[in-house]
Design a protein. Structure first.
Length: 92
């Protein structure tokens, strides 16, 4: 589908794809798995574009899992949870 037929809204959370004008969405060729959407996700092409709290939480989690590589204590550490909480998107 040509990118001229839709607009990507990244200002809302979660983002969405909106049809332009009266354009119709393509009809799937089959009832299940009939449409494939390919997209790039993330904060950018490099580590430096990821927000600092997410990077710090990742490093803390990696250290936590390394220290507990025998399998005990697999819950998310509270410090990591605190750093990541503002970035979580929960939908009901």
């Amino acid at each position: 589908m040509s990118a001229d037929l839709y607009v990507v809204d990244t200002a809302t959370a979660p983002g969405r794809i909106i049809r332009k004008g009266g354009n119709a969405w393509p009809e799937p060729g089959r009832a299940y798995n009939g449409i494939e959407i390919e997209f790039d996700a993330g904060y950018g092409p490099s580590w430096n574009t990821v927000p600092e709290p997410l990077r710090q939480g990742m490093l803390l989690l990696i250290a936590h899992l390394f220290e507990r590589r025998e399998g005990e204590g697999t819950n998310l550490p509270p410090a990591v949870e605190g750093l990541w909480h503002p970035y979580r998107l929960v939908r009901l």
